[in-house]
Design a protein around this ligand. Structure first.
Ligand code: F6R
Length: 212
């Protein structure tokens, strides 16, 4: 695998720990790997403690042999939002597309920051976080620190272009969203349900997330 699409959040932390261990054991090699992250908060500089860029540095990039120039990220402080989104789409295309897109899922069924109501054909775009997502993400921020309300995110259409998709979900709070994704109608009210349209998706869930 050459081009990876990566998520942040609690769910992939264990996976990233395994990846780091794999590199240390000499079983994994990131020297020829390119990465694109799903999303970034608008308004946060890359070095901000809660930026997704910083999260990725601390949880993966700083500990594996990935080349700095092979890491691409949506800017939290873009000069122009439309131009930054277009740049990201072009950069993904220029590398031949994403080979493996790894995803988590929000309690409301979002993938990336594609909240309920987002077009299933959407490309990389500016997104408004729902109150539920802001509340869920507050745990990463200090008391009195505000979670940004806006982000840039790959669109559902961008995600569906990946050749292969791996979605991870753990815990009872995800059970409803997991059921809607797998057995519900394909609907923008649960953007993860769009994965039903993709030919090569693997979903790994624990018993609690599978409860419904
Ligand atoms: C993160 C992302 C989000 C998360 C989702 C689940 O880059 O795009 O869709 O995957 O909000 O977050 P956790 O894993 O923290 O429950």
């Amino acid at each position: 695998c050459r081009v990876l699409g990566l998520p942040t959040g609690s769910t992939p932390v264990a996976l990233y720990k395994e990846a780091i261990a794999g590199v240390r054991r000499g079983e994994l090699d990131f020297s020829a790997v390119h990465t694109f992250n799903l999303d970034e908060y608008l308004g946060l500089p890359p070095e901000h403690p809660q930026s997704y860029r910083r999260f990725m540095a601390e949880n993966l990039f700083n500990h594996v042999n990935i080349k700095a120039e092979n890491i691409d990220f949506l800017s939290g402080l873009p000069a122009g939002i439309a131009a930054e989104c277009a740049r990201y789409e072009k950069a993904i295309q220029a590398l031949g597309g994403i080979d493996l897109q790894i995803l988590g899922i929000g309690r409301d069924g979002h993938i990336g920051f594609n909240e309920p109501g987002t077009s299933l054909a959407s490309r990389t775009h500016e997104a408004t976080l729902t109150q539920e997502t802001i509340a869920d993400n507050q745990r990463f921020f200090g008391a009195g620190e505000e979670v940004p309300r806006w982000s840039l995110t790959m669109g559902v259409g961008t995600i569906l272009d990946a050749r292969e998709i791996l979605l991870l979900a753990t815990g009872a709070s995800k059970a409803e969203a997991v059921a809607a994704m797998i057995e519900g109608p394909v609907s923008s009210l649960c953007t993860a349900s769009a994965l039903q349209l993709h030919a090569k998706v693997t979903i790994i869930i624990d018993a609690a997330a599978a409860a419904r």
